[in-house]
Design a protein around this ligand. Structure first.
Ligand code: PNS
Length: 165
């Protein structure tokens, strides 16, 4: 039984992320989407919200699980008995950061393998940060995220605007 761990902030989960999960689900017996607690970032969605949005988006994918983790990724790999880490590569600009992380993780855990998959072209420029920016500025972001995520983003934006009024 081969398990791949797909870590990320997923704030929010996009069609690009879903694209990768679907691809990984065909290559591995089990895909664990692992939502990271990142103390350095101020997320739009809480950990529990992110987890539940991913669960909903992946509900038709039987071999996908969703968890959250704190601390080092290599520790989560150990605890969850994962065989490899999955990361997405969209453009060349992703490469440097991804290579750094892959090598650091291998430095921390000698047998840590990172596997990179690329999404389909139409999802290649989708980034959570861009989606949030477009949404906050009133643009149509709905085709870049699963339907439930789109609804949740709209609700957050409405909440933010009420708070600022
Ligand atoms: O979606 P992101 O923000 O690019 O994901 C980055 C993430 C969560 C995969 C990375 O920051 C991470 O692995 N965090 C856990 C802490 C850790 O192990 N840091 C060292 C990574 S080399």
């Amino acid at each position: 039984m081969k398990t791949v761990l797909y870590p990320g902030s997923f704030d929010p989960f996009t069609n690009g992320h879903l694209d990768l999960v679907v691809r990984a689900g065909k290559l591995f017996d089990r895909v664990i989407v692992a939502v990271a607690v990142n103390p350095g970032k101020q997320p739009m969605f809480t950990l529990a919200e992110r987890e539940s949005l991913i669960l909903e988006a992946c509900r038709d994918l039987p071999n996908v699980q969703v968890v959250s983790f704190t601390g080092l990724l290599v520790e989560a790999i150990e605890t969850l008995h994962a065989d490899a880490v999955l990361r997405g590569l969209r453009a060349f600009s992703d490469f440097e950061y991804e290579l750094q992380m892959a090598l650091m993780n291998r430095g921390l855990k000698r047998d840590c393998e990172t596997i990179f998959l690329t999404p389909t072209l139409k999802n290649s420029f989708v980034a959570s940060s861009l989606i949030k920016e477009v949404a906050r500025l009133g643009g149509d972001f709905s085709k870049y995220v699963p339907p439930t995520v789109a609804v949740a983003i709209s609700a957050k934006i409405a909440q933010e605007q009420t708070f600022h009024d």
